[in-house]
Structure formats: structure tokens, C-alpha cells
Design a protein around this ligand. Structure first.
Ligand code: K2U
Ligand code: ZN
Length: 172
């Protein structure tokens, strides 16, 4: 498994529309493994392939991280089949949007289908943190960051902070 660098905003690559995986091959399984390794390396609980520069519709999420225990789940070509009218607000962050945290309102419960790492079609009903994380990651597959859900003022302040941090890092 390979640790891959995570792209941080602002970066046009994060706005790409990721494309479906045609066939779940060993190469896709290796991508999912590298994504998991990169996610753990950054202390994340989810990661979309675009965040390591691969515009394919692949996510990895691990909400079960306990001391020493790892249970990364790959979601390939995930689609939301149904979303509740009821909404929930979570304070979100993002490995591609460092040091920015803010409340985002999303449907509280979702039903989605996806292919697992063996290429088998699965269905899932999610609520709580899993519902939020799945929707956050599926936003990434459509080139959407959580700051795109914030007010114009908050988004511009976030982008200004991210641009300044990136410039400082590049000149360091
Ligand atoms: O896209 C991501 O970076 C995944 C998020 C997962 C997540 C976002 C919002 C709500 C629930 C989960 C990160 O892996 S977890 C948040 C985070 C952000 C920065 C540093 C560490 C952890
Ligand atoms: Zn994110």
C-alpha cells in the first residue's frame, strides 16, 4: 500500500467530475488500499479518489477506527437512491480544506447503492455520521467541497485563508 499526497484547496483538480469505474479490477482494489493508507496517514475517516488526484468514483470510509483496529470500506460508483426530508447539521472538516471547520446541513438519512471491492452491488441505509460522511465524499466525486455549501462570505473567507496558507507553504 502506498501513501499518496492529498490535494488541498484551492486546486482546480478538486472541481473535476469523477467518472464511473467500468470494472472493479485489482488496480481499483489497489487504489482503494492506497486511499485507505493515505486517509489513515492524515487522521481522516473518509477520502474520495479525487483527493489524491484520481478522477474515478471511488470512496473509502472507516468509522470503526479504534485503537489498532481498522475497517476501511470501499464504495465504488456510489449513488443516492433516496434522501430524507429531515435534515441534520454536522460540523464538517476536510483533508483537502485544512484548518477549516463549519456546520453543514444535509439530509439526515440516505439510501444508497454502490459496488463493493469485489464488484458486488450493495445497498445501504445510513444515518448519523455515516450519512454525513457519505454525502460529503459523494460531493467530492462531483467536484463539490463542503465550503461550497457555506454562505458566500464564509466561503470567500475560507478560500482567502487557504490561498494564504498555500502561498506560505510554497515559499517556506
Ligand atoms: O473528505 C474528507 O477529507 C473526509 C473527511 C470525512 C468527513 C468530513 C465531514 C464529515 C464527516 C467526515 C475527513 O476524513 S474527516 C475530517 C477531518 C478533516 C481534517 C483533518 C482530520 C479529519
Ligand atoms: Zn472532504
Amino acid at each position: 500500500m502506498t501513501l499518496r499526497p492529498i490535494i488541498t484547496a484551492p486546486d482546480p483538480r478538486l472541481q473535476a467530475m469523477s467518472t464511473d469505474v467500468e470494472t472493479v479490477t485489482d488496480e481499483i482494489r489497489k487504489l482503494a488500499d492506497d486511499m485507505a493508507e493515505s486517509m489513515y496517514g492524515a487522521d481522516g475517516i473518509g477520502l474520495a479518489a479525487i483527493q489524491i488526484g484520481i478522477a474515478k468514483r471511488v470512496l473509502v470510509i472507516d468509522l470503526d477506527q479504534k485503537e489498532g483496529k481498522r475497517n476501511p470500506v470501499a464504495y465504488i460508483n456510489p449513488k443516492i437512491l433516496w434522501a430524507s426530508e429531515e435534515t441534520a447539521v454536522f460540523e464538517e472538516g476536510c483533508l483537502s480544506v485544512p484548518e477549516i471547520w463549519d456546520d453543514v446541513e444535509r439530509p439526515a438519512r440516505i439510501k444508497c447503492e454502490y459496488l463493493d471491492r469485489d464488484g458486488k452491488k450493495q445497498q445501504l441505509e445510513a444515518d448519523g455520521l455515516l450519512a454525513t460522511c457519505l454525502q460529503h465524499e459523494m460531493d467530492h466525486l462531483n467536484g463539490v467541497l463542503f465550503i461550497d455549501h457555506l454562505s458566500r462570505l464564509k466561503k470567500s473567507m475560507a478560500l482567502r485563508k487557504l490561498t494564504k496558507a498555500k502561498k506560505l507553504k510554497e515559499t517556506a
